[in-house]
Design a protein around this ligand. Structure first.
Ligand SMILES: Cc1ncc(COP(=O)(O)O)c(C=O)c1O
Length: 478
């Protein structure tokens, strides 16, 4: 079958797809997150590659139905996180538009308006960071790539020949510091950049959730005495498990004192720049040398969309630009080619979904979205505080609540009880929460990430958690 469908078939397929997506969105407030535990399967699919094609309407219907029936639905209102959102509908449409037009963002000469829209979106974000001087950045595939880019920028800034000569030519071990709870993408990045995972020093900055910048100072001084070259601190604005925001000013002060690059991983919490009411939580974010923000988390656009920004635009080219004579040049261009400021080469247009969402809903829609989720989380935390079964495991800074079962003092038994409770709550597939570890202690974790989540969904979760806790108690008694 020819790839070149008729106009009539293209339209029929497009309308069918829109119908499937519309049914899905309509179902999300009530839709189970996944199949019940005994119906889930994790093995491979074994069909052979088709030699000949099939009817496109049938194939599209079949795969749309199967993806909905057998999928795990992070967009469902009862998905209580990790940090994966219900996409805005404009975000979905933006993705479809970009896939259809397939703009190539490697160079300005071949993308033109698409690149300009991306640059404008980066400018909007940088202006909300309140960077008054020059800045630039680029969209990435997510926080992992953005953090990788942040470390690459730090390396290129502090060791100007590192990108050409390699890290070994620095002559001493370059060291990065991050809080114990910082995201594991940093370990990956430190390994891939040749810094070495062991050179990422994780400090208990937030031990007992009290910021202790002196622990960082002590580590830096020790490394300096040992002949190492500290060059970067990574602060986190919204840690993955507990949503803790590091004291950004305190870390920025340490960076200024020791001339270190400050990268802020605001993959999730960086979205607070869109809230006038809550942005005080990330006070000091403008002091970052580089910053990660993931629109595909709190800003509710479809995967994939991360952003790396820096207020040292020249370092972007130092870190990422290589000469390729075949790349088209735009005469008189004032904007840099994207392939010269990004880890990527051929570039998808990841900015469109955020740009479209902002054009249609405006910044204030994010203000309301953030405010509503903060309020819901505070209410949930209040319920935990009053509960006879649970207690809070840490403060609630953003809409992430960590809690534990009351009355189990042995750490191993508590971790087992948490795992059993999470299993029980999630086994019918209706809703999803998780357990994790904070400060070496097991916690149950829930977050409010879907813009569809309402108080009624929280009440459903509370009922399921209480029922599971009572069953656990019953089992312990027998
Ligand atoms: C704080 C933080 N940084 C970075 C990442 C990695 O982002 P991504 O999964 O978009 O690559 C995550 C993922 O949850 C995160 O929570």
């Amino acid at each position: 079958m020819n790839f070149d469908f008729t106009s009539d078939l293209r339209r029929r397929l497009g309308y069918r797809l829109i119908d499937h997506i519309d049914d899905f969105y309509t179902s999300l407030p009530q839709r189970p997150v996944q199949l019940p535990a005994d119906e889930r399967s994790y093995g491979p699919l074994n069909e052979a590659m088709p030699e000949d094609g099939s009817d496109p309407c049938e194939v599209l219907d079949e795969v749309s139905r199967a993806m909905v029936e057998q999928g795990f639905h992070v967009p469902a209102a009862n998905y209580f996180g990790l940090m994966n959102p219900t996409p805005t509908y404009m975000g979905f449409l933006g993705e479809a538009l970009v896939a259809g037009l397939n703009p190539q963002l490697a160079t300005l000469a071949r993308s033109q308006l698409a690149s300009k829209i991306e640059v404008e979106t980066v400018r909007w974000i940088g202006e909300r960071v309140r960077w008054l001087g020059p800045f630039n950045g680029t969209f990435t595939s997510g926080g992992n790539e953005a953090n990788f880019s942040g470390l690459a920028l730090a390396l290129a800034a502090k060791f100007p020949t590192a990108m050409d000569d390699g890290v070994s030519a620095i002559g001493a071990a370059p060291i990065v510091y991050a809080s114990a709870e910082a995201h594991h993408s940093l370990d990956k990045s430190a390994g891939l950049l040749g810094i070495g995972r062991k050179a990422l020093r994780r400090i208990a900055l937030n031990r007992r959730l009290q910021m202790d910048p002196d622990a960082l100072v002590r580590a830096i001084q020790e490394d300096l005495r040992a002949g190492c070259k500290p060059f970067c601190v990574v602060a986190t604005a919204g840690t993955t498990t507990s949503g803790i925001i590091d004291d950004l000013h305190a870390l920025a002060d340490v960076c200024r004192r020791y001339e270190l690059w400050l990268h802020i991983d605001g993959a999730y919490g960086g979205a607070l720049i869109f809230s006038d009411k809550h942005r005080h939580l990330i006070d000091g974010i403008d002091r970052a040398d580089s910053l990660t923000i993931d629109p595909h988390k709190w800003l509710a656009v479809p995967f994939a969309a991360g952003v790396i920004l820096t207020k040292h635009p020249d370092i972007l080219e130092r870190a990422f630009a290589v000469y390729a004579p075949y790349m088209p040049k735009a005469a008189g261009a004032v904007l840099p080619d994207n392939s010269r400021i990004s880890t990527q080469w051929t570039r998808r247009m990841n900015a469109m979904k955020l740009w479209l969402t902002l054009k249609v809903h405006g910044r204030k829609a994010y203000e309301e979205h953030i405010d509503r989720q903060m309020l819901l989380a505070k209410g949930f935390a209040e319920w935990v505080r009053r509960s006879e079964h649970f207690e809070l495991a840490g403060p609630v800074m953003v809409p992430i609540v960590t809690l534990r079962i009351k009355g189990v003092t042995d750490a191993r038994q508590r971790a087992e009880a948490h795992a059993t409770l999470v299993e029980e709550v999630t086994s019918d597939g209706q809703r999803w929460i998780s357990d994790s570890i904070v400060d070496r202690e097991s916690v149950i974790r829930m977050m409010i990430i879907s813009y569809l989540t309402e108080q009624s969904h929280l009440e459903g979760l509370q009922a399921a958690m209480v029922a599971a806790a009572e069953r656990l108690k019953e089992t312990a008694r027998t």
